[in-house]
Design a protein around this ligand. Structure first.
Ligand SMILES: Nc1ncnc2c1ncn2[C@@H]1O[C@H](COP(=O)(O)OP(=O)(O)OP(=O)(O)O)[C@@H](O)[C@H]1O
Length: 626
């Protein structure tokens, strides 16, 4: 599912004149409209201003023969150091009696030609070799690597100066050689991009379908690399113009071609008497280079996405109605509404991985979030936890916990919510424990961090031992002193559950908490979770792809597919009368399962985990730990 960046208002809705955003598709989320890179570029003020400036400068250069009253090298004794405004010399004359205005306009053309020659040659060589070197392995890549490494070892500026007798001082030939010297940078960029995309399944599919390598490179791979290459071109052009001006400033090469560098050099010699002769070319060269760099940056931001920011939230879609009296708008403890999460693709466009997810969860209830791999379960859970990767963008929606909008919270506030109100039990218990510290040290640290009031190490230790006992660890003292590698996977998961419930969270998110464990331990862990849920009256969001787990522990189920919820219902409804074809397909695919009959109702299964009656977690952690 590929969607584009949100609209200027940040959502998928239409913006009304009053600035409000309305959904274009009723309650169902309308698919965001695709917008081409060019259109997005046109909406970026930096891109528009810099591109406009560059365009004006190029047009001025093209109109030089019409606008300038004199040729670039036409000198007149009367015009030597003529003041600006002298008839026929709008910006005055230089030390040799030439028209500064005319020379400036003609110098633009020299710069443009330099940029075109150097960047086209660098692109032609770099892109072709990068595609070939990145796509074909071993010998071909070995050869391209060797050749470009050799080119990179050449001392560029020195080589260009030494070759002046060969080039006859013609700046165009010099720029062609410079293009060759610039090509390794483009080669490396393209090669790395190609290596990244060539094993994508769509490239494999093209290969399997019999397309030849050149067609695959042209049709599938080149498309993926064009964005970064376009961006690099803007910087290449700036580099070529700067180098050409630098050589002319040094007086290397023919002086027949008007150039900013030569004008700056001449103005420099006359700096104290006629400073403007130095200022005009320096200013124009500076403006051209700055415009190119800023335009390149705007291109990068538009085509590749800006520098990663902490999970940007640009949604402006429908939000849950604000509670009039401070009470939650919905009785649910957790209310996720129309949540959409996207990532920037290689092309720079945003691709949604979660699209319009709506779910709710009450205290004392366990909701199973099921679906096959890649359906967006973890992304949804991570959004609730506020731990989406930096490049993720929440394009619309709302996540309310106990009436509080989580998407509006800053990182500091979220940290206060995570680990206290919301706890997390991961899939891989072992990799979530630091091997360098004992289990006890890690839990004590967690308990102290989650406590709302200061708590001594000794008290924290006592609480941890009580918690370890509560989660069914037979010898808490010993486990407390153990390092993670000294305990089993099931034990490690109990340890993590103990850490998670230490703060008496109101919501527990468990992401495949039993997948890494063997079957008997799985049942024990599920029993433990169920007991803790009842004991603490927690809401539990259980991410899983295992319908056995769902049948065992969940009150309700939400089925996800391709980033969307396709069906929700009670566990009994879903097993007894699945409405969506995808749910039926999932149920039918349970090996040896009887899709028509649910497993034991939640709470029915008697688990082997030892569980003392009453609120033992409360006793274990103390009331102030919340
Ligand atoms: N950092 C990322 N950048 C781009 N896409 C991502 C990123 N992280 C996840 N995705 C994509 O988001 C989609 C949903 O991933 P998610 O991890 O939520 O799936 P899931 O249903 O939890 O699957 P699994 O059970 O395999 O973990 C996937 O297509 C995945 O490729």
């Amino acid at each position: 599912m590929s969607t584009d960046a949100p609209t200027g208002t940040g959502g998928t809705g239409e913006t009304t004149e009053s600035g409000e955003t309305t959904e274009s598709g009723g309650s169902g989320a309308a698919p965001p409209r695709r917008r081409s890179a060019a259109r997005r570029l046109l909406r970026d003020p930096q891109a528009v201003v810099t591109a406009g400036l560059l365009l004006v400068i190029v047009v001025l250069g093209l109109l030089a023969p019409l606008l300038a009253g004199h040729g670039p090298n036409e000198a007149s004794l009367d015009a030597i150091n003529a003041d600006p405004g002298t008839p026929g010399y709008p910006l005055g004359g230089d030390g040799s009696g030439r028209d500064i205005f005319g020379r400036l306009l003609h110098s633009i053309n020299t710069s443009v030609v330099s940029a075109l020659i150097a960047s086209s040659i660098a692109l032609a060589i770099g892109v072709t070799a990068g595609l070939v070197g990145g796509y074909f392995e071993r010998r071909v890549r070995g050869v391209t690597e060797w050749v470009f490494s050799l080119v990179m070892t050449l001392p560029g500026l020195l080589l260009l100066i030494v070759l002046m007798p060969v080039t006859g001082g013609d700046y165009r030939t010099t720029m062609a050689i410079f293009g060759v010297l610039l090509s390794p940078g483009i080669y490396r960029l393209v090669r790395n991009l190609v290596v990244g995309v060539k094993n994508e399944t769509y490239v494999d599919a093209a290969r399997v379908s019999g397309l030849t390598a050149p067609r695959i490179l042209g049709r599938h791979v080149l498309v993926a690399v064009r964005g970064p290459v376009v961006i690099a071109t803007a910087f290449l052009a700036g580099t070529a113009i700067t180098l050409q001006s630098g050589l002319a400033f040094l007086g290397v090469g023919s002086s027949a071609a008007p150039s900013f560098g030569a004008m700056i050099s001449e103005g420099f010699l006359n700096l104290y008497e006629e400073p403007l002769q130095f200022v005009w070319p320096s200013a124009l060269l500076g403006i051209i280079n700055a415009a190119l760099v800023l335009f390149g940056n705007a291109l990068r931001d538009t085509l590749q996405g800006a520098q990663p920011k902490a999970s940007k939230i640009v949604r402006a879609g429908r939000r849950a109605a604000a509670p009039a009296d401070g009470a939650p708008a919905t009785p649910a403890l957790l209310a996720v509404e129309d949540l959409a999460i996207a990532y920037p693709a290689l092309s720079g466009e945003l691709e949604e991985v979660v699209s319009g997810v709506t779910l709710s969860l009450s205290s004392g209830e366990t909701l199973g979030l099921v679906g096959e791999s890649g359906s967006g379960k973890t992304q949804t859970a991570f959004a609730v936890l506020g731990v989406l990767p930096a490049e993720a963008v929440v394009t619309r929606g709302s996540i309310r916990l106990d009436g509080r909008e989580l998407l509006d919270l800053g990182e500091g506030e979220l940290r206060g919510v995570r680990g206290r109100s919301i706890a997390y039990v991961p899939q891989e218990p072992m990799s979530n424990l630091d091997p360098s510290f004992t289990v006890g040290a890690q839990l004590v640290e967690g308990v102290r961090a989650a406590a709302t009031s200061r708590i001594s190490r000794r008290d924290a230790r006592a609480r941890v031992l009580a918690l370890l006992k509560r989660v069914g660890i037979p010898d808490p003292e010993r486990t407390f002193r153990s390092y993670p590698h000294q305990i089993s996977g099931g034990m490690a998961q109990r340890v993590l559950i103990a850490g998670a419930v230490a703060s008496r969270p109101i919501l527990l998110i468990a992401d495949e908490p039993t997948t890494a464990l063997d079957v008997t331990v799985q049942a024990e862990i599920l029993d433990l979770l169920r007991d803790l849920e009842k004991e603490l009256n927690m809401a539990v969001l259980l991410v899983t792809h295992d319908f056995g787990v769902v049948a065992d522990i969940c009150d309700r189920v939400a089925v996800m597919r391709h980033g969307e919820i396709v069906e929700t219902g009670t566990t009994a409804e879903l097993f007894g009368d699945p409405r969506h074809a995808y749910t039926r397909m999932l149920l039918d695919s349970i090996p040896g399962g009887d899709a028509g009959r649910p497993g034991p109702a939640p709470g029915e299964a008697a688990g082997p985990a030892a569980r003392p009656p009453g609120d033992t977690v409360g006793e274990a952690v103390g009331e102030d730990a919340r």
